[in-house]
Design a protein around this ligand. Structure first.
Ligand code: RRO
Length: 313
């Protein structure tokens, strides 16, 4: 049987699968369900310092080929997720947990990074620079100067393993510019991609939008996202220094989808829309299907897949 184990820096995982932040990670009940699943590990919901109710409902809709959401960062506050993670690392010492933070301002992000740094937390911290859904708050990672200033300030004191969650980019010049910035910092990974920001859907029965917040604009996930995710993972794999690994996220609902993101250069793979639709049992199926993909190719370990995409020249 192929060995599906993988790693990010010194962190080891039994398999490359986990939830995408925002799905199955709001509270202890959902996090415990993720922990009990066949996923290699899990992340908490992107946190702000204080808890938030998020945007008015309906704020998630199932679409023909995926989903649209404008949750608006509903979360129970960083202290809640830190407590959960501290407990989790004692009860699951071989499953490194991810903690996601998404401050509403530069100062919020700095304050949260201090709280995590000054704590016993020994997992991975993910700085979400790409929440598309808070009214009046543009995505940090589409502002290169703001991104560099934030990372400068965080890495002036932050001494624990950190990665960043990025939005999709669509021009090769943007990959060049963003990778050049990220390569300046001791990041251990980038997570690419967050949902395709500010899409819109029309319900043909009612001639209305599908979700209530922001006049119907929301982040798009699922099948719509897969080719964009593959391109973003591949483009960053070609540009980032080798110390910065990649988590691939976007459009995964089969073992082949996982395999494709690995080929493009991902070391771990997150599942969002399909996890929302199917629940944490999906990880049992995805592991089995990934196992079959490797077996079909006569491969015995993920290192034989990661970054091995071929071109036609
Ligand atoms: O909570 C959300 O609305 C949300 C976040 Br923070 C994010 O990063 N990505 C997304 O699709 N939704």
């Amino acid at each position: 049987m192929p060995n599906l184990a993988t790693h990010l820096g010194d962190f080891q995982f039994a398999n490359p699968l986990m939830n995408a932040s925002g799905v199955y990670c709001y509270d202890q009940l959902q996090l415990d369900a993720m922990a009990a699943s066949d996923a290699g590990t899990l992340t908490t919901k992107s946190a702000t310092m204080a808890s938030r109710l998020g945007n008015p409902e309906p704020r998630y809709a199932h679409l023909a080929l995926g989903s649209i959401n404008s949750m608006g960062l509903p979360n129970l506050g960083l202290p809640y997720y830190l407590d959960y993670a501290l407990d989790f690392q004692n009860t699951h010492p071989t499953k490194p947990i991810f903690m996601s933070i998404a401050g509403l301002s530069h100062a919020d992000n700095i304050a949260m990074a201090h709280m995590i740094n000054d704590n016993e937390f020994n997992g991975l911290t993910e700085l979400n620079l790409s929440c598309p859904n808070v009214p009046g708050k543009p995505q940090v990672a589409y502002d290169l100067e703001a991104t560099a200033t934030l990372l400068d300030d965080i890495f002036s004191f932050f001494s624990k393993p950190m990665g960043v969650k990025l939005p999709p980019y669509f021009d090769l010049a943007q990959f060049d510019e963003m990778a050049a910035i990220l390569n300046r910092y001791p990041l251990i990974y980038v997570n690419s991609i967050n949902s395709l920001g500010n899409g819109l859907w029309v319900n043909p029965d009612s001639d209305t939008v599908a979700i209530k917040p922001k006049g119907g604009f929301g982040g798009i996930g699922g099948d719509y996202a897969k080719p964009i995710a593959l391109a973003n993972v591949r483009a960053f794999a070609q540009r980032l220094k080798p110390e910065i690994q990649i988590i691939g996220t976007g459009g995964v609902k089969s073992g082949r989808d996982v395999y494709d993101l690995l080929l493009c250069g991902a070391s771990l793979v997150q599942v969002g829309t399909a996890l929302y639709e199917e629940g944490p049992e999906i990880f049992t199926r995805l592991n089995a299907e990934l196992d079959q993909e490797l077996t079909k190719k006569g491969l015995t370990e993920l290192d034989s897949v990661i970054g091995q995409l071929k071109t036609l020249d």
